[in-house]
Design a protein around this ligand. Structure first.
Ligand code: XIL
Length: 354
């Protein structure tokens, strides 16, 4: 049995072998060490203010997590909901205070994203647009200077099929590379100490998109962009061909920059295609993908192991369990609804301890 198959079988044994122990909040199973103690760099997860009043989430986070990423309350959509003139920073402040009080690092997410800001910036002339763009970054990145370890300065600039970069309200004003360069330059001024990341999804699963990202990184670095970290969201799916994930992480590492696995989850759903496989078979595939990613991350030089972040802790915290396709059975995250380890948690522990 090869190493990956062995890790997979170890990860699955407690699920296949016996019934799941009932939940007792705050008592990590003896065979699962706190993930923050074994993950190179940091073990992170996303957070919403609502989590901060959930005792079970607090127990799990304080046991396993050493870094937090605000899931949506540090984004432009929330901050500018009342318009450009009245930024709402209350919830980002609460998350920053919680991270500080609990000895957790904070990864800012995200300053400039194609998906948000259209309404707030609509109708501005060029001068006003520039003032608003630069002012937003100065206000938000400036406010959390000394509180965040890092920022996703720009999120998801690449087209889904990898054929090029997205057109959006930001690129229409500054150009496709231009808005990214401007955002990083303004973020650098606002917070000279934060590690500045470019963040993207589906890089491992869609080679054309991964290649487009690598070419963009090369162009930005050549242009003198203060880009200091590369975020691969890793919203993986279970049927990504063996070896493809590790191959991309290897290519990404060639720039010598810190790498953040920034939003890992692996849905068991397989889109609209009927899937006759049972959940256990899909969990085996999921475990193989997670093991491949965690091993590739563990194989990076320590200076490039920035953080390994899952997009939620418990299956019921997942955005997959909030969408209209949810069948109530998906298990995309390290822990189940009761805070007990899923195969994913055991696969991570096996890969990081190996
Ligand atoms: C998602 C959140 O999980 C949702 O709660 C929110 O409604 C939309 O955004 N890539 C990203 C994240 O960078 O910000 C997205 O988070 C998921 C995809």
């Amino acid at each position: 049995m090869n190493r990956r198959a062995l890790l997979t079988s170890l990860a699955l044994a407690p699920v296949i072998g016996g019934c799941r122990r009932m939940a007792v909040a705050g008592t990590p199973p003896p065979d699962l060490p706190p993930l923050r103690t074994i993950t190179p760099g940091a073990f992170g997860t996303c957070v919403q203010v609502a989590n901060l009043s959930d005792p079970a989430w607090l127990d799990l986070a304080r046991t396993h997590v050493s870094q937090l990423t605000p899931e949506w309350e540090m984004k432009m959509e929330y901050i500018l909901a009342d318009g450009l003139g009245r930024p709402r920073l209350d919830r980002a402040d609460r998350i920053a205070a919680f991270a500080h009080d609990n000895g957790m690092a904070l990864h800012g997410h995200t300053l400039i994203w194609y998906a948000q800001g259209q309404e707030a910036f609509a109708g501005l002339d060029n001068a006003a647009f520039d003032r608003a763009f630069d002012g937003y970054i100065a206000t938000v990145a400036g406010r959390y200077r000394g509180k965040v370890r890092s920022w996703d300065v720009v999120n998801e600039p690449i087209l889904d099929d990898g054929s090029g970069l997205r057109d959006c309200h930001w690129s229409r004003r500054y150009g496709q590379d231009g808005y990214i360069l401007r955002a990083f330059e303004k973020a650098r001024i606002a917070d000279p100490d934060a590690v500045l990341f470019l963040n993207e999804y589906n890089l491992e699963g869609i080679p054309a998109k991964g290649n487009q990202f690598l070419r963009l990184v090369e162009r930005l670095l050549r242009a003198g962009c203060p880009l200091q970290g590369l975020g691969t969201q890793s919203h993986l799916w279970i049927d990504i061909p063996d070896g493809q994930i590790a191959a991309f992480i290897h290519e990404l590492s060639q720039f010598g920059l810190p790498i953040h696995v920034s939003e890992l989850d692996v849905s068991l759903r397989t889109g609209d295609r009927p899937d006759l496989r049972g959940q256990q078979e899909r969990l085996v595939r999921q475990t193989a993908r997670v093991t491949e990613l965690a091993e590739a991350y563990s194989g990076l030089p320590p200076a490039q192991q920035f953080a390994f972040t899952t997009w939620g802790l418990r299956d019921t915290d997942s955005w997959f369990r909030r969408d209209d396709k949810d069948d109530g059975k998906d298990r995309p995250l390290p822990f189940d609804a009761f805070g007990q380890p899923n195969p994913m948690a055991r696969a991570l522990a096996a890969a990081f301890r190996a």
